[in-house]
Design a protein around this ligand. Structure first.
Ligand SMILES: *Cc1c(COP(=O)(O)O)cnc(C)c1O
Length: 386
């Protein structure tokens, strides 16, 4: 159900919301639990925790809030360093600044776009040598592909540094037989409007540690003491998820596997579309059944292809089809101009040569056909010119 005002333009990853969502939100309104918290928040937490193989889940107002609380709980603060992949959405880095810690950006593996384990190892060794206190490493599951936890977890353990998994993009994905969100001391999810599933805005903190979960509940409700009056001994936040939004989340969760299936079919379609075309590959591996296929992207080698990702983007735009470069690396962001980083050039190349294509599960067959036709015509025309 695309709102009428947005019909026409084919968007990257629009919310996929229908009757079931409407039904459960109406149910939540009628139940009287309209203020924050309520039975649907509890049910939503229990279901996500089970899905992610975690003992505890705390529903929050955003993925950014979840990262903020996770870093507070791990003890990241002034005088500590937090390692963040440079190829990520800005929220991962901003949460580090919220707690007063120093973000240190590390580059990625060029095939997956995820934190490069060898570079992480080098970074930890260098920071150790200078006597820095590293409070956490925060790998990101880029576009729904889990980071290489098989290698990252032992590296963090051998340096005694806790790992917080930013799984905002990866709900429903798996790595080595374990679900996204199950890795690290804590993990965070996002239910923003463009993510694999949405509560319109929301997030979650996942952990197996009851003390961590209880403290997140306390900090996210203004750190109120258990007294009749309002008593506060610490600074808290207003970060809890509303019961109405949890209703939306429960309905989306029922449809998660179906929505992932739809996104995977779209990625496979792109794999066929670009198959045999010189100088272009579908990003990450279309064969990997573990991915939730949140966003599908291509990587273009302009010298070999004879065209650039930006040229294709402009042609798509002229046909009212949205596409976008991958995340601009954090070490290249003006706001982080003075932050330290360790690079191998992979994130910069992916930013220059990558293009994210319409990937949402709400795309209709006609819309996907329109994207395919436009891309095909563009490729045929370029080949004609070459
Ligand atoms: C979306 C996202 C976030 C932030 O989530 P919000 O719910 O929008 O605050 C954090 N990290 C990554 C990698 C994301 O993609």
């Amino acid at each position: 159900m695309t709102p009428t005002g947005l019909r026409g333009r084919i968007r990257l990853s629009a919310p996929d919301v229908g009757r079931r969502e409407e039904q459960l939100v109406v149910e939540a309104v009628r139940s009287g639990y309209v203020a924050p918290l309520g039975p649907m928040v509890d049910a939503f937490e229990a279901e996500v925790a089970a899905r992610c193989h975690r003992r505890h889940a705390v529903a929050l107002s955003s993925g950014t809030a979840a990262l903020h609380l996770a870093l507070l709980e791990i003890g990241a603060g002034p005088g500590t360093v937090v390692i963040v992949p440079t190829l990520t959405f800005v929220a991962t880095a901003n949460a580090v600044v919220y707690v007063g810690a120093e973000p240190f950006f590390v580059d990625c593996d060029r095939e997956s776009g995820n934190l490069d384990p060898e570079l992480l190892e080098r970074c930890l060794a260098e920071l150790e040598a200078e006597g820095a206190v590293v409070a956490a490493v925060v790998p990101v599951d880029l576009f729904g592909r889990c980071a290489d936890y098989t290698r990252l977890v032992p590296i963090c353990e051998s340096h005694g540094v806790p790992l917080i998994s930013d799984a905002a993009e990866a709900l429903g994905s798996a790595h080595a037989g374990r679900p996204a969100g199950s890795f690290g001391r804590m993990a965070t999810l996002s239910f923003n409007g463009n993510k694999i599933m949405t509560t319109s805005g929301g997030g979650m903190l996942l952990t197996d540690d009851e003390v961590v979960a209880e403290r997140a509940r306390y900090l996210s409700t203004q750190a109120r003491q258990p007294t009749v009056h309002y008593e506060h001994t610490e600074i808290g936040y207003n970060y809890r998820l509303s019961n109405l939004l949890a209703a939306l989340g429960l309905a989306q969760l029922e449809r998660l596997d179906e929505m992932i299936g739809r996104r995977r079919a779209i990625r496979q379609r792109y794999a066929r579309l670009f198959d045999g075309r010189a100088g272009v590959r579908v990003f990450q591996s279309p064969a990997d059944d573990g991915d939730n296929c949140w966003l599908s992207a291509i990587v273009v080698d302009p010298a070999e292809a004879g065209w650039s990702s930006d040229e294709l983007r402009l042609v798509l735009d002229a046909h009212d089809i949205e596409s976008r470069p991958m995340w601009k690396p954090m070490h290249r962001q003006p706001v982080y101009a003075r932050a330290r980083s360790l690079e191998n050039g992979a994130a910069e190349r992916l930013f220059a040569d990558g293009l994210v294509l319409p990937s949402g599960s709400a795309l209709t067959d006609d819309q996907i056909a329109a994207v395919s036709t436009t891309v095909d015509e563009f490729l045929d025309e370029r080949r004609g010119m070459g």
